[in-house]
Write a protein that binds this ligand. Structure first.
Ligand code: IPM
Ligand code: MG
Length: 355
């Protein structure tokens, strides 16, 4: 199996190194090739997603991705910003279905900013549509200047747009995921204001008729944001558009104690996938050895499960992560009194030992 390893910027290189270490320890027939992406690729080749990197990703069975972005690129013209690398990969590989599970490990119940009883046993799955919506609407805004700002401009705009097939396919993904879980789907929209999301709601309802064993309800995004912190366990599968999913998945991550714990999988229709932590490049803590590699290690587990069809190895990694948490090992983001603080590298080593 061929894996394209794209560490990217900031803490990306540190956390991906630990996930690669864990994958190597499994001793599977994996061929891993690394390439530059994001700001690192811009520095070296003048583009955040060089042709060679895209080619490597397209030809791989799966992509293991770190994170991209740094404040120092804020002034770059939009097509050259590091974020365009991940958006370009998603679009070029057709990775429309983004799985962002939010699971609260019992060892981390007290690391959440919410009361323990609200998050204990939490296991929800946010399914975010990833290649449509306002992120990819046409036109994608009008650039007046190339320095990242709009001197003299009177307006800027982006368009929100979804087509029927785009909504249908993500709805199928959500209903099928729910069938393997607690058989409930909450579709999040803003149908009270936006045409795009009235259409979304109608199409999801239509597809829902094909899944009579799954209970479907609809929720406005503002209410969903509130319910996520009020009563998060009421949710099972949440399906929503690209923009709302971006925001709600960051919110959901804090229920679990730390965004440093959240893996993600982005799949296309042929099962090829990109696996990345749900968090960003965190330039403020980059290079200090304090980042939590568990989200990336858990993303590698999702990669084994979804793209490489190796459920046993995925479960082994997940069990090892639970074990190191049981041992009381914590990176800075999840550290609390009575636990042992470890570095990024020590956390990776501990997972390998647990394997
Ligand atoms: C995410 C990130 C990206 C997004 C950025 C880096 C483009 O926030 O994966 O959630 O907005 O999708
Ligand atoms: Mg985000």
């Amino acid at each position: 199996m061929k894996i394209a390893v794209l560490p990217g910027d900031g803490i990306g290189t540190e956390i991906v190194a630990e996930a690669v270490k864990v994958l190597k320890a499994l001793d599977l027939p994996l061929e891993m090739e690394t390439a530059l992406v994001g700001g690192a690729a811009y520095e070296a080749h003048g583009h955040p997603l060089p042709e060679a990197t895209l080619k490597l990703a397209k030809e791989a069975d799966a992509v293991l991705f770190g994170a991209v972005g740094d404040w120092k690129y804020d002034k770059l013209d939009r097509p050259l910003r590091p974020e365009q690398a991940i958006l370009g990969l998603r679009k070029n590989l057709g990775l429309f279905a983004n799985f962002r599970p939010a699971i609260c490990y019992e060892q981390l119940v007290h690391a959440s900013s919410l009361k323990p009883e609200l998050v204990a046993g939490l296991d929800i799955l946010i399914i975010r549509e990833l290649t449509g919506d306002i992120y990819f609407g046409q036109p994608r805004g009008r650039r007046i200047a190339t320095d990242g700002h709009f001197p003299g401009a009177e307006e800027a705009f982006d368009t929100m747009r979804y087509s029927r097939p785009e909504i249908e396919r993500i709805a199928h993904v959500a209903f099928q995921a729910a069938q393997k879980r607690n058989k409930r789907v909450t579709s999040v929209d803003k149908a009270n204001v936006l045409e795009t999301f009235q259409f979304w709601k109608d199409v999801v309802s239509e597809i829902g008729l094909q899944y009579p064993d799954v209970a479907l309800d609809h929720m406005y995004v503002d209410n969903a944001a509130m319910q996520l912190v009020k009563e998060p366990k009421r949710f099972d599968v949440v399906v929503t558009g690209n923009m709302f999913g971006d925001i709600l998945s960051d919110e959901a991550s804090m229920l679990t104690g730390s965004i440093g714990m959240l893996p993600s999988a982005s799949l296309n229709s042929s099962g090829q996938g990109l696996y990345e932590p749900s968090h960003g490049s965190a330039p403020d803590i980059a290079g200090k050895g304090v980042a939590n590699p568990l989200a990336t290690i858990l993303s590698a587990a999702m990669m084994l499960r979804f793209s490489l069809n190796d459920e046993a190895s995925a479960l082994r990694i997940e069990a090892s992560v639970k074990k190191v948490l049981d041992q009381g090992l914590r990176t800075a983001d999840i550290h609390s009194a009575g636990t042992t603080r470890v570095s990024t590298l020590e956390m990776g080593d501990a997972v390998v030992r647990a394997l």
